[in-house]
Structures are given as structure tokens and as C-alpha cells.
Design a protein around this ligand. Structure first.
Ligand SMILES: C[S@@+](CC[C@H](N)C(=O)[O-])C[C@H]1O[C@@H](n2cnc3c(N)ncnc32)[C@H](O)[C@@H]1O
Length: 383
């Protein structure tokens, strides 16, 4: 297991007990000589508390499991040279060398979770053993809320997606006409989940449109929506590129839309001034024949490596493109679907600020990979 897997697994499966980070890498810029992390329960919510020690003081910061996962990985990759993670499965010592290489030593677990901790199930946004109309109708759980074992991954994916949505909306006041479009919605598990989240959990009467190229899938989704009485959730048959919407749009979601369909969705979102964009790209074919870099030829000469590199270059460029258009962008981990191993989610939040630095980075990045005649630019500037 690599570090990311160790951290993800211990947090995701509620096995994390304690973490200690010492020997900061960048001493002058980092006031904290030591950080510890441990799960606690505050007001019936499971969170991870970080205690950050300067020479004279200790500061407490509380993170959701999702945020803590990211923070622990950042502290390992960027912050500290000596890390000890204690989980109920194993103790891990992680040593980061001056040059950045990482050595992980695994030992038998030395700390025990309290029974109370152990019994605590990971808290999901939609919990097991609680009834949920759309999950029942889509065959993910039964009437009593028991999740079918074959559908457990789907259940986790839906919850992970809702955690990201929840986190993206933190601190925002949501009005009843909050408008969302899901491009390439497919069978729409995640679109129904979004509707459920807003109506049942946030008590906000949003409007959602799911769009897809497959007519029979759209008919099926509209039938389900009718059965559920999800009155403000409509599915429309059509192509992202020719789809138009005149009113205000607050959020665009596009999950696993194939190849340049993701770019088309991002361009629409930018042009429509959407505040929040959540996009999980997949099947990034466009750059495979476009990226070139003589010095990286030892990597790119292998088709398999080139395919993976071109997918990462595509998503990095998409992130930069969004930055040039005034978005704050994060690339974060999502749960891969059964038919695609792709698990990067692009989260973009509109700041409205011009970002000259992003323009420079974007152009340098294109030059480095000899990228020209790109769909995202052609579509954005010629539309
Ligand atoms: C892999 S499925 C993903 C479904 C769903 N978003 C999810 O993540 O579970 C991709 C969907 O995107 C749709 N799609 C691809 N290109 C499209 C386009 N240009 N316009 C509308 N839908 C598109 C496909 O028909 C397909 O249903």
C-alpha cells in the first residue's frame, strides 16, 4: 500500500487512532514544530482534531473526515519528515528524506481503539439502516435501509459525492431556486442523490436538470423521478454542446462524461458563470496524439504510460483553464466507478478575480507539452 492508500483506508474505514508529525521540512515558513491528530466526537459528529504546537502554544483545528484525509496526506507530502500513524490495523512510521523519498515501515498495532471508537460506524450523509426513497427504488437498499452487499460500493460512492457537495457548499446561503445541471447524467444515481440531499437534508427546494445523449436512459430517469415525486428534477435528452439554458445556473456537475464532453461541460459552466463546478473526467483521448516532449520520450514511447500521462496532463490543463477564467481549483480524490478507474474530481469555485499568474502557467504548460488546437479553447473561443 502506498501512503495515500494507507491514509484513505484508515480514515474511510474508521481505523485511524492517532497521528504524530514531527521534524518540519520548511522550518522558517512553518511555525508548528509538531502536530498531532486524533478522532473525537463533538455534538454527535465524528471529526478529527489536529493539535498544532508552536514553541509556546498549542492550537486546535477540527476537520471533517474528508478534510482530515487531505490534510494528513498534505502534511506527509509537504510538511513533515517524521510521521507516525497508529491505526487499528498497524502502526506506520513514515520517514521522508531530504530529497523527498519516502520510507514506510509497518509494525503490529500498538494502540487499541476504545470499544466506543470501534463501534462507531463511519457517519455517512445518507446512513445505513435509515430509509431512503431513491436508494430503495434504484435497488441500492431495501425498505428498512439495509444496503445490498453488491451495491455497497455504489452506496459509498454516492455518500462520498455528497460529502464533497456538502463541503463545497460550506458557508453558503442557499436559496430555493438554486439551479443545478448534471451533464452526462447516465442512470442518474448521483443526480437523484443530489436532489435528495437538498430536499431532505438541507431543506432547500433546488431545481435540477439531468442531460444525456441516451434517450431510453432519459425516459427511464423521468419515470423514476415521477415515481419519487421529485417534482423539480427533470431529465432532458440532448447533447451538451447544443444544450442551452437561459436562466441563472449555480452549479454544474459532470461525472464521468466521456472525453471532450467534459470540456464542453466546463466551457458551458464558465460561460454561464456557474459558481460551483464538480467534474470527474473520464476517457481522456484527445491529448494522446497531441502531447510531445522530447526529454520525456523515454516515458511517452510506452503507449500505456503515455495514455496515463496524457490523462493527467488533460486534467491539469483543464484545472489551469478554469483558473484563467477566475475559478479556484482543487483536484481531489473521488471513488472510481466499476467501469472506469478514473478517480480525480475537479472542484472549481468561482472567485471572479482575474488570475494573471494562471495565464502564464497555462501558456507555459501548453508550450512544455507542445499542445495546440485544443478542443476546450476552440469550443470556448469560437462558440
Ligand atoms: C459513464 S456515464 C456516467 C453517468 C453518470 N454521470 C455517473 O457518473 O454515474 C457517461 C454518460 O455521459 C453521456 N454523454 C457522453 N457524451 C455526452 C454528450 N456530449 N452530451 C450528453 N451526454 C453525454 C453518456 O451517454 C453516458 O450516459
Amino acid at each position: 500500500m502506498n501512503i495515500q492508500e494507507i491514509v484513505n483506508r484508515s480514515i474511510e474505514e474508521n481505523k485511524f487512532i492517532y497521528g504524530v508529525f514531527t521534524t518540519p521540512k520548511n522550518k522558517p515558513d512553518n511555525p508548528y514544530k509538531k502536530i498531532t491528530a486524533r478522532p473525537i466526537n463533538v455534538k454527535n459528529k465524528n471529526i478529527i482534531q489536529f493539535e498544532k504546537f508552536t514553541d509556546k502554544q498549542a492550537f486546535h483545528e477540527n476537520y471533517s473526515y474528508e478534510e482530515a484525509n487531505e490534510e494528513i496526506i498534505n502534511l506527509i507530502i509537504d510538511g513533515y519528515k517524521n510521521i507516525n500513524l497508529f491505526t487499528s490495523e498497524a502502526d506506520y512510521q513514515i520517514i521522508v528524506s531530504k530529497k523527498g523519498s519516502v520510507k514506510v515501515t509497518e509494525k503490529q498495532p500498538s494502540k487499541k481503539q476504545s470499544t466506543e471508537e470501534h463501534n462507531k460506524k463511519k457517519q455517512y450523509i445518507i446512513n445505513e439502516n435509515e430509509t431512503c426513497d431513491f436508494l430503495e427504488l434504484l435497488g441500492v437498499m431495501n425498505k428498512q435501509g439495509m444496503v445490498y452487499s453488491k451495491k455497497y460500493d455504489k452506496f459509498k460512492q454516492i455518500n462520498k459525492f455528497l460529502e464533497i457537495v456538502d463541503d463545497s457548499l460550506k458557508g453558503r446561503e442557499l436559496k430555493d431556486d438554486f439551479m443545478i445541471i448534471d451533464f452526462g447524467c447516465g442512470k442518474a444515481y448521483l443526480t437523484f442523490a443530489l436532489y435528495y440531499y437538498f430536499y431532505h437534508l438541507r431543506k432547500v427546494k433546488v431545481k435540477i436538470i439531468g442531460l444525456d445523449l441516451k434517450e431510453e436512459v432519459i425516459n427511464y430517469c423521468n419515470e423514476i423521478s415521477d415515481k419519487l415525486n421529485y417534482d423539480n428534477l427533470k431529465f432532458i435528452y440532448g447533447d451538451i454542446q447544443s444544450f442551452d439554458y437561459a436562466d441563472n445556473i449555480d452549479m454544474i456537475v459532470t461525472l464521468h462524461a466521456c472525453d471532450t464532453a467534459t470540456d464542453a461541460s466546463l466551457v458551458k459552466a464558465i460561460k454561464w458563470n456557474a459558481d460551483i463546478i464538480l467534474s470527474v473526467p473520464c476517457c481522456q483521448h484527445e491529448f494522446y496524439d497531441k502531447i510531445k516532449n522530447i526529454e520525456l520520450e523515454p516515458m511517452l514511447k510506452h503507449g500505456l504510460i503515455k495514455e496515463r500521462v496524457s490523462a493527467l496532463v488533460t486534467d491539469s490543463l483543464r484545472g489551469l483553464f478554469l483558473e484563467t477564467k477566475g475559478y479556484k481549483v482543487q483536484l481531489m480524490e473521488f471513488i472510481a466507478m466499476e467501469h472506469t478507474p478514473k478517480n480525480i474530481l475537479i472542484r472549481a469555485v468561482k472567485t471572479g478575480r482575474e488570475n494573471k499568474n494562471a495565464e502564464i502557467e497555462y501558456n507555459n504548460f501548453k508550450k512544455f507539452w507542445h499542445l495546440e488546437d485544443l478542443f476546450i479553447e476552440n469550443y470556448y473561443y469560437k462558440q
